[in-house]
Design a protein around this ligand. Structure first.
Ligand code: C5P
Length: 467
């Protein structure tokens, strides 16, 4: 029987073949074998012998429903890569359409064939593989997805991402990505704790990358324990579902939201100031959640040790009076959320020079004067009052009762009340327990992370605006 190579076909036919192969996720050679086999079956003959078995298994009947969300899984080279096969299965169980890239290092732990068998279509490995670049190409791989998951995210991959390097297919796709990226870091605890890794991590978080894990536990190296274990596939799949839900739902699209956050610093003299323990974590989480929900967000922040949330216009201020000025400049907005812990008082006349301690001289007396109440000022505005004005009430006793009174005196629509007694660890901590106080009800929320409080608040705001 005469032999026929793809190269001998005319250009038009070759192009058609390539397109067909790209659509079905097969190499051109495998596509030819599939066509020949189908033709043989149609004529009732035995399937022809077409040489080597396909290098990648044929595409399985699509398990992802039409319109399914698309996840691109990038498997980095670490011992945790073996869990990526289970992760693919978990993602597919959730009706997600999965594509997979293996880095060269990952191929030491997982073979393209085993990954392809579970994905049900070809695996991508090379930036300079002519057929895959023709079929799909790294830019399309980066664009034709709703979420990119990097699991395991090795220290090396994170460093390349943080530095914007793109020496291979995985990093080129990450650099070209326009969608959310979820990292599941996995590495030895010493590598995780290394200053360079932590620097890269901070950069990636500031760039808006989401994280799951790493957790604590036994390491592959005998006898080693610590932080660096990759999150379990089920945890990663749950994070993927959460992210996809929040990425698609943009209930605040078209609205303007103003958030205040952090403490204020009130000068005593050029080097000393009055401050409080607010970290800004809650206010910043609210600004980030509102931005993710599609709002145009202005965050007026006092001095904090937090990165600016991605996608948010941040105005940095120091004093309460500066904060009020920045807030008024940001109006009009649809929603204003006052999460800042504004100093109630400032020194009536701060010294222009450093106050000196001199032997025999009396201790200086600080005369205080009241700061403007920003929340109350905005809530009582005759013009440009936001549709929804929300305050916080940090209390140490009679939380709900005090918040209810505050709602009336400040003239706001909702108050998020929380107990900031030192024993709760809320001030400066990562978790919060809220009671939502409105004119008609007091609704206790479960103890949760400040991020989850932010998401819950954003969902409530979206609901209220939709009414
Ligand atoms: O009166 P109190 O400080 O408990 O009120 C808390 C609420 O009022 C918070 O929402 C806070 O951001 C806001 N506030 C303000 N300006 C002030 C004091 C408090 O916006 N000067």
């Amino acid at each position: 029987m005469a032999s026929l190579t793809v190269r001998q076909l005319d250009e038009r036919l070759k192009k058609l073949l390539r397109l067909r192969a790209a659509k079905s996720g097969r190499s051109v050679e495998d596509e030819v074998r599939t066509i020949l086999r189908a033709a043989a079956e149609d004529t009732g003959s035995e399937a022809p012998e077409t040489g080597n078995p396909p290098s990648q298994p044929p595409r399985r009947p699509a398990s992802a429903p039409a319109g399914a969300k698309r996840v691109l899984l990038i498997v980095g080279g670490g011992i945790a890569a073996y869990k990526s096969l289970d992760l693919i299965r978990r993602l597919k169980e959730r009706g997600l359409a999965v594509r997979c890239i293996l880095t060269k290092a990952a191929e030491h732990f997982v073979t393209p064939l085993s990954a392809a068998a579970i994905v049900g279509e070809r695996i991508f490995t090379d930036l300079f593989d002519a057929s895959s670049e023709f079929d799909v190409g790294h830019i399309r791989l980066a664009r034709e997805t709703d979420l990119i998951v990097v699991a395991p995210a090795t220290a090396d991959l994170m460093a390349k991402m943080a530095g914007g390097l793109a020496p291979d297919l995985a990093t080129a796709v990450l650099l070209a990505a326009g969608t959310k990226i979820l990292l599941a870091p996995a590495m030895n605890p010493y590598m995780w704790a290394n200053k360079a890794t932590q620097r890269n991590l901070a950069q990636l978080v500031a760039d808006g990358v989401a994280l799951i894990g790493p957790g604590e536990g036994e390491m592959a190296e005998a006898g080693e324990r610590g932080t660096g274990r990759m999150a379990e596939p089920l945890e990663i799949a749950a994070a993927v579902e959460r992210l996809l839900a929040s990425e698609t739902a943009q209930p605040l699209k078209g609205t303007c939201v103003l958030v205040t956050s952090g403490p204020t610093h009130e000068p005593i003299d050029p080097v000393r100031y009055i401050a409080n323990r607010s970290s800004g974590k809650q206010g910043h989480a609210i600004a980030a959640a509102a931005a993710r929900a599609g709002a145009a967000v202005t965050l007026v922040s006092g001095p904090v040790n937090l990165p600016d949330p991605p996608g948010v216009a941040v105005v940095h201020v120091e004093t309460a009076r500066e904060m009020l000025q920045a807030v008024e400049r940001a109006l009009p907005v649809d929603v204003a959320i006052f999460a800042a812990a504004v100093a109630d008082w400032r020194v009536a006349s701060a010294s222009e020079q450093k106050i000196k301690k001199k032997a025999g001289r009396a201790t200086p007396e600080l005369s205080l004067t009241e700061n403007p109440d920003i929340l109350s000022t905005v809530a009582h505005r005759k013009s440009q009052r936001p549709q929804l004005v929300i305050g916080f009430a940090a209390e140490t006793e009679n939380v709900a009762a005090n918040a209810k009174a505050k709602l009336a005196s400040k003239g706001c629509d909702w108050i998020l009340a929380n107990d900031v007694s030192p024993s709760t660890g809320i001030m400066g901590g990562d978790r919060n327990t809220i009671e939502l106080v409105t004119a008609t009800a007091i609704e206790p929320w479960p103890p949760q992370s400040k991020e989850d409080v932010a998401k819950m608040l954003v969902a409530r705001v979206a609901n209220a605006l939709a009414k």
